[in-house]
Design a protein around this ligand. Sequence first.
Ligand code: NAP
Length: 250
Amino acid sequence: MILGPAVGPVEADDVADHYPWPERGPAEDRRPWVRAMMVSTLDGAAAGADGLSLSVSGTADRAVFTAVRRFADVVLVGGGTLAAEEYGPMRANPDDAARRAAQGQAPASRLAVVSGSLRLPLGEDGFLASDLPPLVYTTEQSPADARAALADRCELVVLPGERVDVAAVLADLAARGLWRVVCEGGPTLLRQVTAAGLLDEADLTFSPVLAGTSTTPTTEVLSDPARFALRHVLTEDGFLMGRYVREDLA
Ligand SMILES: NC(=O)c1ccc[n+]([C@@H]2O[C@H](COP(=O)([O-])OP(=O)(O)OC[C@H]3O[C@@H](n4cnc5c(N)ncnc54)[C@H](OP(=O)(O)O)[C@@H]3O)[C@@H](O)[C@H]2O)c1
């Protein structure tokens, strides 16, 4: 057995190069490329006892988390994650400006949130201090007063139906040219992305702790599980960072 494919030592500045996006020209299909960025403990928990993923994360995981976002067009999260985790502002990094411009990208990634209740932390930096206004996807069933409260802080997209259809969200993002999508969870949103067969890549960190799983939402068994191919494993301080790409795309 081998552990691989082997990468060798990776400098912090080069981590993003190990998480490439597919090459696509301006006239080509802009189908979204959706990667999940998640950390899991040895017992499958997505958060520690405080309900936060940070408490089961580590330095290397955070470096990968940051690198995976660097050349994304959009960071997609569920309302539960936005409420639970403190999302900082999404700002342009001067070091990335030339590469992003050459790739036809906006200088900064854009936050996109899926929420039915619209109970969102509107006072936090992710909303107030990001370079681009967040996109919030909701339905006609959401409370009108919550929609009104959001009006000047984000771009609200109201979709038909009782729940937001994640396929419609990804189609809307792609139509805006935002096809490099990092889905940072949480588990409820990711479950819908995977159930719709829309996950292309899973960037998973295995955290070397046992945390208990009472706060982890359960998942449904998929009748047709997709196979993913291992592209690399990075390791530091007992953390394993794996990159898996859907087998038919690898
Ligand atoms: N380990 C990791 O890498 C990681 C990553 C992210 C989160 N987490 C942890 O996971 C926990 C949160 O898990 P979660 O599964 O609840 O998070 P989530 O998927 O971000 O949030 C679920 C909530 O988002 C909204 N939502 C999701 N899909 C929707 C849809 N199709 N239509 C309408 N609304 C929708 C709903 O709330 P509203 O209608 O109220 O908005 C739903 O209750 C937290 O403890 C967080 O720290 C861990």
